[in-house]
Design a protein around this ligand. Structure first.
Ligand code: ATP
Ligand code: MG
Length: 582
């Protein structure tokens, strides 16, 4: 590509709305343009990088024997009603009607669509397993679209769906995809960690996320430095506690004026916070049916994990909200003094499993300015649900080995789900086995956020001057900077190098613009092309300046070092390094 003829525009200023490195650089380098909140277009160079990412993914999927198809983004509501997700998905789903008022959505994901294809076309065990994928545009009306491509409302996803005869088959398909995901991110030179994950609205019983390490990432990960346990904070299971051997003391109601928080009541009664019970007052608002008030109780020094609470209640994430203080009277209580003993019937009570093992705790008496001491589970209060609903915190013992848990942050670039029969059952994806018995297919689904991955690569690879593309995903491998386009020797040599590289299928830019060298160098740094050849005053001798932007890919030169070499040597180096690394 000749830059003088190209559609190419970089920005000097940092766009006001962008905070994240990747967002700022993608905009400044002219790789993407915003159309509306959370809606972006890809400009030529951004699109080229995106295609490189897509092709690495495509290549790994094809190598696994998955076949590519392309389904519509527009999906009829009927399919989602069949699976039960039309209501469960909530406000993130982009719902549209046609002129006859028939309902559709712009697909946030495609489990239903792929299940529909397979149930219609596959009826025999002989045709299983099958794994289909697509690289396609998804729509999610995110509550807070932000960070550019990181959390957008329209984005590109690679989604695959496996269909197996049984659970063992699914385990194999899942394992194969997991390995392919490791390859995909390795080939992009993205530093990722696979972690156990919650299955969320997707359902099923096993899931991993691939997290690209980044301080600015939105995903919080709890991990153990000793045994390598790693899970999203939503998912991370807490270790069990040993039952207390304390003798149960008689219940005792105490006057505790003005002590509405755990800290204030524990200070007032001179007790540690781990001898108290914290109440969280919640409400389930289902898509259909009546609202339900919920009181969740956990140890005073713990924090509620909303996702675990959602899972314990068996509802969708958006159906659970915090209740209003004014509603406390409806459960026979008063805010700041809610406790598990003496609540009105009708309220749903969830108790964190840890409380069952603890003795003689203090909690609100459901009466202004009173608490009750020495509460014991079973004797003084019970629950509709006992479950692990607390957050595993940094410093807590690892549930696997007991070592201290650490937290880290990252960007979720991919997720795998074992769906089992979650979709095949309601949607009747059935095959006949060897004995002609009808059986349900076992499904898995596997996503990679392609556009988010583009941003994640930049989060991990940039400096104060701009992007530093890893070679395998760089839009162009090399940029030739023609220092003085009116110099005949320089122009002739730059053209010669350009042609040689193009003929060898190297993605090459010739910066032949009539601009000052400083402007050209700044742009070359900003757009992050891995190798740079400057054709300047040594052109008459056939010599050029050669520079690497980031990794030297095994070449004998340092980062930021400029070496003067013969132009043919520069060409040879690039051809050999590109062929080995992409
Ligand atoms: P998140 O928790 O970040 O909202 P998710 O778990 O809902 O994501 P999945 O349903 O697992 O997302 O989708 C598969 C992949 O698609 C994710 O791993 C992520 O990389 C990407 N993705 C999801 N939502 C977005 C979005 N709003 N913008 C860009 N990429 C996204
Ligand atoms: Mg996910």
């Amino acid at each position: 590509m000749r830059l003088s003829k190209a559609y190419f525009k970089t920005l000097r200023e940092v766009p006001a709305e962008a905070e994240l490195k990747s967002h700022i650089l993608l905009l400044r380098a002219g790789m993407i343009r915003k159309l509306a909140s959370g809606v972006y277009g890809y400009m030529p160079m951004g699109l080229k990088a995106l295609k490189k990412i897509e092709n690495i993914i495509r290549n790994e999927m094809d190598a696994e024997g998955c076949q590519e198809i392309l389904m519509s983004a527009l999906q009829p509501a009927e399919l989602w009603k069949e699976s039960g997700r039309w209501n469960a998905y909530g406000p993130e789903m982009w719902r549209v009607c046609d002129r006859h008022d028939r309902e559709f959505c712009l697909g946030p994901t495609h489990e239903e669509v792929f299940t529909d294809i397979i149930r219609n076309d596959v009826d025999s065990h002989r045709k299983l397993p099958i794994n289909l994928y697509q690289i396609q545009t998804k729509y999610r009306d995110e509550a807070r679209p932000r960070f550019g491509l990181m959390r957008s409302r329209e984005f590109i996803m690679k989604d695959s769906y496996s269909f197996d005869k049984d659970e063992e088959g699914l385990d194999v398909s899942y394992e194969n995809m997991y390995k392919r995901y490791e390859n995909v991110f390795k080939r992009m030179e993205l530093d990722v960690m696979p972690v156990e994950a919650d299955t969320g609205a997707m359902g099923g019983n096993g899931s991993h996320e691939f997290i690209a390490k980044a301080d600015a990432g939105e995903s919080e990960i709890a991990f153990c430095p000793s045994c390598k346990m790693a899970a999203t904070v939503e998912r991370a299971v807490c270790g069990k506690v040993k039952p207390s051997s304390e003798a149960e003391l008689p219940m005792n109601k105490v006057h505790t004026p003005g002590t509405k928080t755990i800290e204030s009541v524990c200070e007032y009664l001179n007790k540690p916070t781990d001898k108290s019970i914290k109440a969280i007052f919640l409400k389930v608002i289902p898509a259909e049916g009546d609202e339900q008030l919920v009181a969740a109780f956990l140890r005073g020094d713990r924090q509620l994990n909303m996702i675990k609470a959602v899972n314990a209640l068996g509802i969708a994430e958006h159906e659970l909200v915090f209740a209003d203080e004014s509603e406390a009277a409806d459960i026979g209580s008063v805010c700041g003094f809610i406790g598990p003993h003496g609540l009105k019937p009708g309220i749903k009570v969830i108790v964190d499993e840890e409380l069952v093992s603890l003795k003689n705790l203090v909690a609100g008496a459901n009466e202004e300015d009173y608490h009750i001491e020495n509460l014991n589970y079973g004797r003084d209060y019970e629950a509709d649900i006992v479950a692990d609903i607390k957050q595993l915190l940094e410093g807590d013992p690892c549930p696997v080995c007991g070592e201290k848990i650490l937290y880290t942050r990252g960007i979720e670039v991919g997720q795998l789900f074992k769906l089992g029969t979650k979709y095949s059952e309601p949607m009747k994806a059935i095959y006949k086995d060897e004995d002609m018995n009808e059986r349900l297919m076992y499904m898995g689904s596997y996503g990679i956020g392609v556009s988010r991955t583009l941003a994640a690569v930049i989060e991990q690879n940039s400096d104060e001057n701009g992007i530093i593309w890893p070679l395998p995903v760089a839009p162009y491998h090399v940029i030739i900077t023609l220092i003085n386009p009116s110099d005949k020797d320089q122009t002739a040599l730059a053209e010669d190098i350009y042609e040689k590289l193009r003929k060898s299928n190297i993605d090459v830019i010739l910066d032949d613009r009539d601009e000052r060298p400083g402007v050209k160098f700044k742009d070359a740094d900003l757009i992050g092309i891995p190798f740079r050849i400057n054709v300047g005053r040594d052109a008459a001798d056939g010599k050029v300046e050669f520079k690497v932007r980031g990794s030297n890919y095994g070449m004998d030169m340092k980062k930021r070092e400029t070496v003067v070499i013969d132009s043919n040597e520069a060409v040879k180096n690039i051809i050999s390094v590109v062929s080995e690394n992409s």
